[in-house]
Design a protein. Structure first.
Length: 137
């Protein structure tokens, strides 16, 4: 049994979260296609998935967010119609083929492709879990 979440902490101009790593490629550890556009995305494309409570399809799908870590590194994940900027990291379902048999996401996750980690300049040895803040761009 895993904890499931239908809500996330309130969103602000500096919403605290944990940045995790995920592959959005077909056959990658992310499982099924993107909730926002029903497609897979290469690991070299900046893609993020927000925990269910933060992932509002009407307001965040294919939109940009800004990520900051250590108060000094900032990037805006851009999509300009060619890539997914925000997807859903499901906090209510998991442990099935659609979710690559992974447990549900916690309620404070920004799940990011390798391209996002590279853009932030995080050393590869530190990839996996990082305290960040994010906001709508």
């Amino acid at each position: 049994m895993y904890t499931i979440y239908k809500c996330s902490p309130p969103i602000s101009t500096r919403t605290k979260a944990i940045l995790t790593i995920n592959s959005f490629q077909k056959g990658g550890d992310g499982g099924g296609s993107s909730e926002c556009d029903n497609q897979y995305h290469d690991d070299d494309t900046p893609v993020v998935a927000l925990s269910t409570g933060w992932s509002n399809p009407e307001s965040r799908c294919l939109k940009n967010i800004t990520i900051s870590c250590n108060g000094r590194i900032n990037i805006t994940i851009s999509c300009n119609g060619r890539s997914v900027a925000v997807d859903e990291c499901d906090s209510t379902m998991g442990c099935d083929s659609d979710h690559h048999y992974q447990p549900p996401c916690p309620n404070n996750i920004v799940d990011a492709s390798k391209a996002v980690w590279k853009a932030l300049g995080v050393p590869h040895s530190k990839w996996g879990g990082l305290d960040i803040v994010w906001s709508d761009a």
